[in-house]
Design a protein around this ligand. Sequence first.
Ligand code: G4P
Length: 527
Amino acid sequence: MKYHEEIMHRRTFAIISHPDAGKTTLTEKFLLFGGAIQVAGAVKSNKIKKSATSDFMEIERQRGISVATSVMSFEYQNILINLLDTPGHKDFAEDTFRTLTAVDSVILVVDSVNGVEEQTRRLMEVCRMRDTPVIVFINKMDRDGKNRFDLLEEIEKELNISLHPMTWPINSGKDFKGVYNLYDKNIRLFTANTKADEEDTLAISDIHDPVLDTRLGATDAALLREDVELVDGVNGALNVADYLAAKVSPVFFGSAINNFGVKEMLDTFIRIAPPPQSRETSTRQVNVEEEKLSGFIFKIHANLDPKHRDRIAFFRVCSGKFERNKYFHHVRLDKDVRFSNPYSFMARDKSIIQDAYAGDVVGLFDTGNFKIGDTLTEGENFFFTGIPSFSPEIFKEVINKDPMKTKQLEKGLLQLTDEGVAQLFTQFGGTKKIVGCVGELQFEVIQYRLLHEYGASVEFRALPFYKACWLTSTDSQKLEDFGKFKQTNTGEDKDGNMVYLAQSEWFLNTEITNNPDIKFHFSSEIH
Ligand code: G4P
């Protein structure tokens, strides 16, 4: 049962957080534990400090050279861990949402000072929608944070999840003394800048051990005993089945920058996190143990080297075995394709691989054959469901400033929208091209990339729309009439699907009421 062993050997997950909570720092500590890097500071933060395009482009350029940072694979305790990176900036949240379709579990980092923040909320909504198992890491315990009980209550309430503490903090800020491990029933004493292999563990026979009073001081020891009694009394042992069913989230306290509390979490992660899971498709559920290959593209990354227009498509293997140079079926294009240089992302280096199994992410060189959501199989026709396509919130008309470059512009727009950076609409009754994005920053990125990668110069003119809805009806005449009457507000997307662009909620509701035979879809699923 080779496949079975390969699958059980893997864990594919993402670390998510509101920017600045400590995702990059925690990622780095994981890589240190996994031996994938040797020194701290090796992982570049991908956060965009000033919301500036130049900042974004710089990051993208770095990543273009080393796309390996998008997926980091390493071994820890004989388990192959695939850690998928997610951009922190909110204008790129859609990229993160799509990446979440390719993982089997997540670790959510919460800043103990700031508590639940905007992105934390949105990311957790996506996890809940997909019933993704979540482990919570409460970071920055070395800073004066919120009261631990208040913080847990805030997270439970705001994120609508049920928490199960696995460790318990002894104070916070400058009085932070360490964490009590509710599972192993020992104490890890806090020291700043712990190395991966150094631990200061205080073995105790039980929570009433007098050594606690000597090491922590009588007041803190008494407080800890009180807390632990309360927490243990309420929670008992973690029910792993509830965690796997996304009903309960284990929570750890620590300080990523000091590498404190990280190992406890990683060890628990290895013990309880789910191996690659079976997935739903348009026709049936694909069992992860099936021997035939299936998988989907969840991310496309431009290689920003202007000499090469090629891109890297990130393919998540969902079943079977991916093999170099073997023909697989590209379902949307209905053709067989093979890959001579598929990449894996071990130890942060791109290296050509011969094969990959369920749970792995393979980087495929692409010259324009892939779109997000595309499926590869060994002949069967289906596609994986639940891959979100976003609903744009800002709409702008594309003004071509250099008519000599119209062809390049069209090609550029099509390719960039294939990457999922934006959506492209063509207005009915004209050729007006409209780009829809979730954030302003994306327009700047598109403008920059069109110029630098395609030589096309554009400007954007703001349009007064607030939402795009996809229209369907069993009565095609009704759709046609609607399009005729509402020419300025209707158009089609890249795939020829009819879209209504609403100016306001009031207009949208009026149209929904006036057109009972037409369905307005806000559904953000590509398939
Ligand atoms: P992100 O990827 O979630 O955006 O966060 P990142 O890891 O970059 O961390 C954000 C800031 O928080 C960084 O400081 C980092 O050093 C700090 N930080 C991370 N973990 C801890 C912790 O446990 N305790 C404390 N006190 N700080 C922590 P920065 O000054 O914004 O970045 P840098 O200039 O040091 O890179």
